[in-house]
Structure formats: C-alpha cells, structure tokens
Design a protein around this ligand. Sequence first.
Ligand code: ADP
Length: 204
Amino acid sequence: MTQRTWHIGLTGGIGSGKSTVAGFLARRGAAIIDADAISRSLTAPDGRAMPAIAQTFGSEMLSLDGAMDRQAMRERIFRDPQAKRQLERIIHPLVSQVTAEQAQVALQSGHRVLVFDVPLLVESGERWRKQVDRVIVVDCDTETQTQRVMARSGLAREEVERILAQQASRSQRLACADTVLFNQGLSFDDLDAQVAQLAADFGL
Ligand code: ADP
C-alpha cells in the first residue's frame, strides 16, 4: 500500500522551540521546508527576487554585493506602507514557487511527510493555511519565550518584548492549531517523545 503524503505546517512564536521540533521531526524522516530560509535566499546576491526588486525600487535598495539592503528596505517601508505590499507582491509568488520545487524534490527522494516550517504562518492568514493538511503549533508561555530568546541572543528584555508584540498573540496562534505541542517544563528527551507520538500519526 502506498503511504499517503502529508503537508504539515509547523509554527510557533519566537523561542517556542519550533526549530528544535523541526529538527526532531527531520530525524524521524520528515522533509523540512524552511520558509524563512527560502525568503532570505530570494533577496541574497543573485536571489530570484533581486531583478524585480531592483526594477521596482531602484538601485538604492541594493547592497554592494547585490543583495537587498534590508535596512534601507525597512526604512523605505516605514516611510511608505505601499512599498511593503509591492515587496510582498514580488516575494510571495517566488516563495510559493521555490516551496513547490523543494516539495517536489522531497517527494521524488521518497519523503512522505513534508513539514513547512513557517514562523509567520498564523500572521499570513489563509496563505499558508490553505497549503497544508495540518497545523502544528509549538507553544509555551510568553515569559518562557522571552527567557529563551534572551539566553539565545543576548537581546535585552525590552527588545524581545518588542519582537513578541509584533507577532501573533499566543491565543491567535492556538486558535489556528490542529495540534499543540506544549514545550514548557520539558526536557529535550520529553519533547522528543512527544514529537515521536505526533510523528507516528503521520506514519513516521
Ligand atoms: P524557535 O525556533 O521557536 O525560535 P528554538 O527551537 O530555537 O525556538 O528554541 C529556542 C531556544 O530554547 C533554543 O536555544 C533551544 O535550545 C531552547 N529550548 C527549546 N526547547 C527547550 C526545552 N524543552 N528545554 C530547554 N531549552 C529549550
């Protein structure tokens, strides 16, 4: 019997443990497709979005190496909200295109569980939701998130709180979840055991 294919969206606020869970799922045989990495690659030197970005926004949005100048773009978007929509109109279809290519490669190499690691899945509305069969949310309380990010990055509490305030709230994220992995007060082994249970549902 051929095993069915699963498209799973994996999300969680910063510091929730989403990347850790993605790593555990990969070890069990899932293919991980990293939406942020795809998005960054598009605006790297020779990235697929760069010709359209140069044409739309001009050379002042380019760094010397030909990548998008992120700081300049942030300032431009701050002054002109329309620029954000223009940039998204360039980036989103290319993210979809590269995502589809990577999914194809994963299927061809025999993977039957594709995990789309999308930090801003909930913030994207229907865009990602409609591409996946299930949404897994990695969850913990905001104080735990804050502590983990401070420890990992060395950022001050206020900076971490500012980042958290820009993301969807915990309750908004939970409302989108088909499955919640509560990653708090757990050792890595405990978390891995929970991931194993979940993975079994998808035939891993
Ligand atoms: P995210 O991808 O959601 O930002 P990470 O998986 O990178 O989160 O985890 C954030 C930090 O918290 C990392 O340093 C990670 O090692 C740590 N961490 C995650 N889960 C646990 C846990 N159950 N126990 C201890 N530390 C954890």
